[in-house]
Design a protein around this ligand. Sequence first.
Ligand SMILES: Nc1ncnc2c1ncn2[C@@H]1O[C@H](COP(=O)(O)OP(=O)(O)OP(=O)(O)O)[C@@H](O)[C@H]1O
Ligand SMILES: [Mg+2]
Length: 482
Amino acid sequence: MSVDPTSAGSDANGTAAASVDPSVYVQDGSILVGISRQGREISPEMIELRLANRHGLITGATGTGKTVTLQVLAEGFSAAGVPVFAADIKGDLAGIATMGTPKPVLVERAKEMGLNAYGHCAFPTVFWDIFGDNGHPVRATVQEMGPLLISRLLELTEPQEGVLNIAFRWAADEREAGDTNMQIVDLQDLRAVIDEMGKKAATLRSKYGNIAPQTVGVIQRRLLVLEEQGATKFFGEPALDINDFIRTTPDGRGVINLLAAEKLMNTPRLYASYLLWMLNELFEKLPEVGDLEKPKLVFLFDEAHLLFTDAPKAVLDQIERVTRLIRSKGVGIYYVTQSPGDVPDRISAQLGNRIQHALRAFTPKEQKAIRAAAETFRANPEIDTERAILELRVGEALVSFLHNKGEPSIVQRTLIRPPMSRVGPLKPAERKAIVEADTDNRTKYTIPLDRETALETLKARNTPGGKIVQGIKKFGNLFGLK
Ligand SMILES: Nc1ncnc2c1ncn2[C@@H]1O[C@H](COP(=O)(O)OP(=O)(O)OP(=O)(O)O)[C@@H](O)[C@H]1O
Ligand SMILES: [Mg+2]
C-alpha cells in the first residue's frame, strides 16, 4: 500500500492525513467492506463484483452507521471502476468527494481491524440536484415519467388515473396524426392538455370513454399543489440522459453521482417517483448484457421505504419487475432503510447482499421485526443472530454476501471499515468548485431548453386562425391534407 504523508490534508488538530490508493481495497474481483472474527482468526468480508448485480439491502436504526456503510460501498465500487449513483439524503455523503482526515473514531476503527496502512483519498464525484442549486439540474419530461408515476405524484384514485391516462393517450394520438409538437414535456404542457381535454370531453368520449368534469377539476387542483411544491423545475428539457451516470475517470475509477436530496425529502413522493423513474430509464435504455465481471452501475437507494409506503399495487409490481430484470442489464440496486420489514417480501427476496446494523426493540412489534430480520440470514452456529442485532455497535453489522454460485454466506458479525474520504458534508464553496469544474455536464444541463410543445400547440389551435385550421383538418381528405 502506498502511503505518501506529504500530499496529505489535515484534521482540525492539524494532524496530517496519509493519502492512499483506494484500489488496495479491491482484490481478486472483490471489494473489502469490513472484517469479522471467526474464533481467533480475522476474516475479510467482501462483496464479489461478479455477484454485485444481485442487489443488496442495508438496514439499521438511526445513527447505527448506514450512511457510512453506503460511503464505504460507494468508495469500493468506484475504486473497482464501477460507477455509482446515490441519493444524498442529509448531505452527509457529499464528503466522499474530498479527502478524509484521521478523525479519532475512524483511526480507532482502523486499529481495531488491524488496518495498518489506513489512509485517505478523494473520489471522483458529480453532483446533481433537481432544484439545480447544489448540483447540475436533473430534469425529466412528464411524458417519460408516464401516467403511472404522475398519478402517484398527484395522489389520484384509480378512476382519476383513468382520466389522466386518456390525456396521455390523446396527446400520443395527436402526435401520431402528425402534430409532432403535442409533447407533454413540463407541467404547463400537462395542464394545457388536461384543460383542452376537459373542454372537448363531449367529442372525445366516443373514442376514449367518459371524462367527468369533476375529475378534470381534481387533476387541475392537484397539479397546482405539485407546482407549489417546486416540481415545475423538475419537469422539462434537456432531460437527464441516464448514460451520463455511467462514466469512469481516465485512471479507471467509477464516477460517483450524488443526488442532493435534502430539499427533495420535503416532498417524499417526488423523491420516490423521481428515483423510480431513473430506475425505469436505466431498465429501458440499457441493453441486455447477462452476467458481467463487475456491474455497469450500482444504484444506492437510501430511504427506500418511501418507495413502498402506500404504493399502489401497480407501482409495487413495477418496482418488483424492474428489480428482477435490471440485473441482466448489469445494474445492482442496494436498498437502504431502517427495518428489513419496510421492503415487501417479493422485492426483499431478490436482495442477495445483506448488511444489517443494530435495531432497537422497544415494542412487541419491533421485537417481532428483529426475529424476522434474524431469520433472513443463513445461521452461524457461533452467533445468536437475534441477540446480536440488538447488541451491534455503531459501524458494526451482521453481514452476509453472495458467494460461489450465488448462495448467501453464513452470517458474520462484521466491523465495517472506516471510509477513506471525509465523513460528513462539504462546505458550499467546496461543492461549488466541483460543480463548476465539471464543464461537460454544465454545458449540457445548466440552461433549460424551451421549445414548442403541447402548451404552445394548443394555444395556437385556440386562436381564431388556429380554429379554422382545425376545422379544415376535420375534412382533411377533402382538402388533400394528411
Ligand atoms: N464504519 C465506521 N467506522 C467508524 N465510525 C463509524 C462507522 N460507521 C459509523 N461511524 C460513526 O457513527 C456516526 C453515525 O453514522 P451514520 O451517519 O452512518 O449513521 P446512520 O445510520 O446513517 O444514521 P441516520 O439514520 O441518522 O442517517 C458516523 O458519523 C461515525 O462517526
Ligand atoms: Mg444516514
